[in-house]
Write a protein that binds this ligand. Structure first.
Ligand code: FAD
Length: 317
């Protein structure tokens, strides 16, 4: 059976939903094996076994994280050679896509990014033009590298768990390679809110918040939601770029997406139109956001959001 190599990079204490999705897709394509980087905690090992990982490859070098993408691509290339995998699956983050590109060159493999589904024969469905179209593509090379958008499928554990054997992959010494080394790191302050890409509820603000994300934050906290934003808001410096949802930001697929002061440009919709329920608050009744909203409130977000927050807090006691 064809081996499918899933790259899991520094998951911490628990596997992310995105990794569980990759393992689920891997099982539909062949025998899932994992190229792991980082510290393997018990919860992660248990999830890998539950999701059917057959083999766990780990790098001989433990300092890959001290470098930018180059050494990780070399590690994956070595893991493909050791395992004989014909498909590599990674996340679709900016870093993972860069690793995928370098890996593609090293292996002479076709690389398909922005994948939203994969057929059992390896045909990838890829979202293009700000999510307006889905195209199909299939690599004709002996190996293929696919970067898969999160929230593409519902992750499902394997029918029978596994006890994956660990195999060490010899990787070139990163210090000897011409790789950019990370010289300093600063810890990002924890918000205490859920991760944007995994959140069940997202409250997002746009240019309409006019520099004040306070009402968006208060509603998000009342709902236990993550905060999203448009590029107009992140470019203005009102909130960090990691909150950007859309074509050049994150793709989210929450059960509930509350959009406040957002016009609904195609590039914003590309990142959120698969949300289960979309609620839009905009003072302009003609705003295009209302075309995709399940519930629309024509009004000033500075009046609507605090009222909603108050009511939710009251009901939650
Ligand atoms: P606007 O379009 O200015 O809309 C603001 C809205 O707020 C208006 O509808 C207004 O009626 C409403 N409003 C104002 N005041 C209030 C109030 N008090 N109460 C209620 N409503 C109010 N954008 C993204 O979001 N994500 C992306 O990833 C992205 N990628 C892009 C990539 C490219 C290549 C390009 C060209 C553009 C990209 N954009 C992206 C930008 C996108 O085209 C839009 O410019 C942007 O989404 C607009 O953001 P906005 O809705 O916040 O602002």
């Amino acid at each position: 059976m064809a081996k499918v190599l899933v790259f899991i990079d520094n998951p911490g204490l628990a596997l992310k939903k995105a990794s569980l999705e990759l393992l689920t897709i891997a099982r539909s394509l062949g025998e899932p094996v994992v190229a792991f980087n980082g510290e393997l905690h018990d919860g992660v090992a248990a999830a890998l076994a539950a999701y059917g990982a057959q083999t766990l490859y780990v790098p001989s070098a433990t300092d890959l994280d001290n470098y930018l993408v180059g050494p990780k691509a070399s590690y994956l290339a070595a893991a493909v050679q050791t395992s004989g995998a014909t498909v590599v699956l990674t996340e679709n983050s900016a870093e993972a896509r860069e690793i995928a590109a370098r890996l593609g060159i090293k292996l002479g493999a076709g690389v398909i990014t922005d994948v939203v589904a994969v057929d059992p024969d390896g045909t990838a469905h890829k979202s293009v033009l700000a999510g307006s179209y889905t195209t199909t593509a299939r690599a004709t090379t002996p190996a293929a590298v696919l970067t898969v958008k999160s929230n593409s499928i519902t992750p499902e554990p394997a029918a029978t768990g596994t006890a994956p054997a660990t195999v060490t992959v010899v990787v070139p010494d990163p210090a000897a390679a011409a790789s950019a080394r990370i010289t300093a790191r600063s810890e990002k302050a924890a918000s205490g809110r859920p991760d944007l890409t995994d959140a069940r509820i997202v409250v997002a603000g746009g240019r309409g918040v006019d520099g004040n994300f306070g009402p968006v934050e208060e509603l998000a906290d009342a709902l236990g939601a993550a905060i999203g934003a448009t590029r107009a808001a992140t470019d203005a410096g009102w909130i960090g770029h990691d909150a950007q949802v859309g074509q050049t930001g994150k793709t989210v697929s929450p059960q509930l997406y509350i959009s406040a002061g957002i016009s609904g440009a195609v590039q914003q919709k590309a990142g959120m139109q698969t949300a289960g329920l979309i609620v839009a608050v905009n003072k302009d009744a003609e705003s295009p956001i209302f075309e995709i909203a399940d519930f629309g409130i024509v009004g000033d977000l500075f009046k609507v959001l605090p009222q909603a927050t108050e009511e939710i807090k009251k009901r939650r006691g």
